[in-house]
Write a protein that binds this ligand. Structure first.
Ligand SMILES: *Cc1c(COP(=O)(O)O)cnc(C)c1O
Length: 391
């Protein structure tokens, strides 16, 4: 077993070997190195064909049409373009948006950016299990609401929102629905038609593709257009100008195509590992599951541990690559706002570990993690003044 054991697939995944091979070809072979917009010669047309093949591969995973996808630098940019782009384009219709406290920073900060410029934002608080009730979304709609932005799979807890129910409500009220599916795509089924999703953000590196590339799905019939954030050469219908990064995009396409083929196997694999770890962790007293027991994705297990101090716990797990709360918030060393929104105390939010599993995770790695966590918790509790309710 290679140390440290990597259990942070929700933060990023290694590039699949088939993806790497394709990307290397795109970068190294002169006949593939044309600018996808230089259609006057063969190399440009080959590059364009690579981009268009990838567009179709990405579209297939979410049941969209290829021409409804705009390539971006990742889900962060897609979230920004969706939220700010819709808000600006529809400003005359209204300046109210609905989102949740448990969204990714890319959504939260895009909404804050708008709030600072006069838009009104309703921040929904989920139930203690992390679910946003569709009825709460409906109750939050106002006559001037233009957009609801809610994620499919939460990146910290793995909780899956009922997007189909929320989509039906938004459609009925003629409000657009944006879904951040960076964590969910390829791990849980997504169908933009069946779930009535108008805009959807995707990232390649959460799904065995390269970092630095993503896409935004924009439903042609319901959205038509969003205001661009960048200006330049008119690529991607002017919504995202700039020379398309053929190698990144081709890599994303290949990764998404592989993900579509492997989805059922992947789901079964990660679920089995997650359940194995959860069963093991429950042998210890004072281990609390964060997020809904059933309605959650197989690749994430998030627990809070009573009777230990968060930072000490994290530093005693040096042989494991795991996240404490989330990769983004751990930089700021604050208690995870997502877990706080679920009603966890600051201490319990801090004493949380997010384990996330992927294609190459083995049962032996999970058992190793379990042993290391149990060891660390025993040791920390032996000299901790904090009490454990269960034992
Ligand atoms: C990782 C992630 C993002 C950001 O994606 P990037 O491609 O890294 O910008 C946004 N939303 C969620 C839910 C994520 O998990």
């Amino acid at each position: 077993m290679q140390l440290p054991v990597y259990l942070d697939y929700a933060a990023s995944t290694p590039v699949d070997p088939a993806v790497l091979a394709l990307m290397t070809d795109c970068l190294a072979r002169p006949e593939l190195a044309g600018n996808p917009a230089a259609l006057g010669h063969a190399a440009g047309r080959v590059a364009q064909a690579l981009v268009e093949k990838a567009r179709a591969q990405v579209a297939a995973l979410i049941n969209a049409r290829p021409d409804e996808l705009v390539f971006t630098s990742g889900a962060t940019e897609s979230d920004n373009l969706a939220i700010i782009g819709v808000a600006q384009f529809r400003e005359a219709r209204g300046r109210h948006l609905v989102t949740a406290l448990t969204e990714h920073k890319a959504v939260i900060e895009s909404c804050r950016h708008l709030a600072a410029r006069g838009w009104r934002i309703t921040w929904l608080r989920p139930d203690a299990d992390g679910l946003v009730a569709p009825a709460a979304v409906e109750a939050a709609l106002e006559p001037d609401t233009v957009l609801v932005s809610l994620m499919q799979v939460n990146n910290e807890t793995g909780v899956i929102q009922d997007i189909a129910a929320i989509g039906a409500i938004c459609r009925r009220h003629a409000v657009l629905l944006h879904v951040d599916a960076a964590q969910g795509a390829g791990r849980e089924p997504i169908d933009v038609r069946a779930q009535q999703i108008d805009l959807l953000s995707l990232s390649a590196h959460k799904l065995y593709g390269p970092k630095g590339v993503g896409a935004l799905f924009i439903d042609q019939a319901h959205v038509r257009r969003v205001a661009p954030l960048l200006f330049g050469g008119g690529q991607e219908r002017g919504l995202r100008p700039g020379t398309l990064a053929t190698h990144q995009i081709a890599g994303m396409g290949e990764a998404f195509s592989l993900a579509a083929q492997r989805l059922p196997v992947e789901v079964a694999h990660t679920r089995a590992l997650r359940d194995r770890l959860w069963t093991g962790l429950q042998q210890m007293p004072g281990v609390l599951l964060n997020g809904h027991v059933q309605q959650r994705s197989g690749h994430i297990l998030n627990v809070s541990i009573e009777g230990v101090e968060g930072e000490s716990l994290f530093y005693s797990l040096g042989e494991l690559c795991v996240a404490s709360g989330s990769a983004c918030t751990s930089l700021a060393n604050e208690a995870s706002p997502v877990l706080r929104a679920l009603g966890r105390s600051a201490a319990l939010a801090q004493a949380s570990i997010r384990f996330s599993f992927g294609r190459t995770t083995t049962a032996a790695e999970v058992d190793f993690a379990l042993e290391r966590v149990a060891q660390a918790v025993r040791k920390l509790r032996s000299f901790s003044p904090l009490r454990v309710a269960g034992g």
